[in-house]
Design a protein around this ligand. Structure first.
Ligand SMILES: Cc1ncc(COP(=O)(O)O)c(C=O)c1O
Length: 393
């Protein structure tokens, strides 16, 4: 591992990633099952894969493609994919249904709806995951309790309530502390905890949430067609999304896997720190960043082997990098379409632009006229005031 610093960016280079692939986990078969379930949900629609052709031409790469999750299920973020799949799997288990054959409709009998009223879920969240769980619980006729770290924006808390949470509460703890809080209350009250991070003995629900993200990865690959990605940039909080999507891509393109870059906020880069230490590590403290969805202190253990072995670059970026990404998406180059991207959605584009404009970074990443770059805009303007401040301010 080699560490490099460029203005407002720390880079950890994994010069020889061990490589990752699996014929059991995050496979194309698994993705087909998840996609079949999501397609059965009211409000499902495939999100767009937006080509930024003018930007690609300007910076001399073959393609830049953005999977735009800002419209997923009307929730402004991708997280409903994981939340809904975990609620579905929990209910299948409870009612003895086969998740590979069942759909949303199979859980709509009056008997099941009647029993769902007494089922309560709990989760801790930076915002989007909790909104996804609240929305999904309501869709199935269940209740949900959502807990947020101190300092969470009121707009984000209110959005969770509006999505259907029975309660959405800002605690006095950081993210890890809020997870402990939700876990304790769930135990005391008999609620089912749906957390996107894992610990020993608690891996099933996080595994379902991670599988839920396969839908966006499978859709993106279908939309890319023959254009296999050479580079993929994935933002990480606990790394559940990044690990799930990277795992799928490494399986799917195992003959010629893309170079994976994990992108995190500068002061709370827990995947970066863990990769550097060679073991899961916690950043601790109360780091502040505008990338609220990425403000998590400990990586998810379920995907740690993928994040450790399948990743080429780990980047810790200052807030100004995501601000640059947000503005560039909003005011695109040439005739490219504008994309609304929130603080946690745009950091990968901000980083990509920096790399493409810096000869030594281009070389480090191996960017050239054959490069096909895949980015995921994971959220829209989930905090509209914050968004306006950055993009118009
Ligand atoms: C918008 C957004 N992007 C990315 C992430 C990162 O996902 P994960 O925590 O699975 O790494 C989150 C997490 O909440 C998020 O809200």
């Amino acid at each position: 591992m080699r560490e490099i610093t460029s203005e407002n960016i720390r880079i950890l280079v994994n010069e020889q990633p061990a490589g990752w692939r699996s014929d059991r986990m995050l496979t194309q078969d698994a993705a087909r099952d998840v996609l079949r379930f999501h397609r059965s949900l009211p409000g499902y629609g495939r999100t767009e894969l937006v080509p930024l052709s003018a930007a690609a031409g300007k910076y001399g790469v073959k393609g830049i493609f953005v999977k735009d999750e800002s419209s997923r299920f009307g929730l402004k973020a991708f997280k409903g994919l994981g939340g809904s799949y975990a609620v579905f799997r929990t209910l299948c288990e409870l009612f003895g249904l086969d998740p590979r054959k069942s759909t949303f409709g199979d859980l709509q009998t009056s008997e099941i709806r009647g029993r769902c009223k007494d089922i309560e879920f709990a989760t801790a969240t930076d915002g989007n995951h909790g909104k996804g769980v609240a929305w999904a619980a309501k869709l199935f006729g269940c209740r949900s309790h959502v807990f947020m770290p101190k300092g969470s924006a009121e707009a984000r808390r209110k959005a969770i309530e509006d999505a259907g949470a029975s309660e959405a509460v800002v605690t006095e703890f950081n993210y890890d502390g809020t997870v402990d809080h939700a876990r304790r209350l769930a135990e005391e009250n008999g609620w089912t905890l749906l957390q996107d991070t894992s610990w020993e003995g608690y891996e099933k629900a996080p595994g379902w949430i991670i599988e839920g993200y396969l839908t966006l990865a499978a859709e993106a690959c279908e939309q890319l067609g023959v254009e296999a990605p050479t580079h993929v940039f994935l933002q990480a909080g606990v790394g559940a999304m990044a690990g799930g999507v990277a795992g799928y891509l490494l399986n799917r393109y195992s003959d010629d896997p893309p170079a994976v870059t994990i992108v995190e906020p500068a002061d709370v880069a827990c995947v970066y720190l863990s990769a550097k230490n060679g073991r899961i590590s916690t950043t601790g403290g109360d780091a502040a960043t505008i990338m609220a969805g990425l403000n998590c202190e400990t990586p998810c253990g379920v995907v740690w082997p993928i994040l450790r072995d399948g990743v080429s670059f780990y980047c810790a970026c200052g807030d100004c990098i995501t601000e640059q990404g947000m503005r560039a998406y909003a005011h695109p180059h040439g005739g490219d379409p504008a994309i609304v991207s929130g603080e946690s959605g745009a950091v990968t584009y901000g980083l990509l632009l920096r790399i493409l404009q810096d000869e030594s970074l281009r070389k480090l990443w191996g960017m050239n006229g054959d490069s096909v770059v895949l980015l995921i805009n994971t959220e829209g303007a989930t905090d509209p005031e914050g968004y306006d401040r950055v993009v118009e301010g």
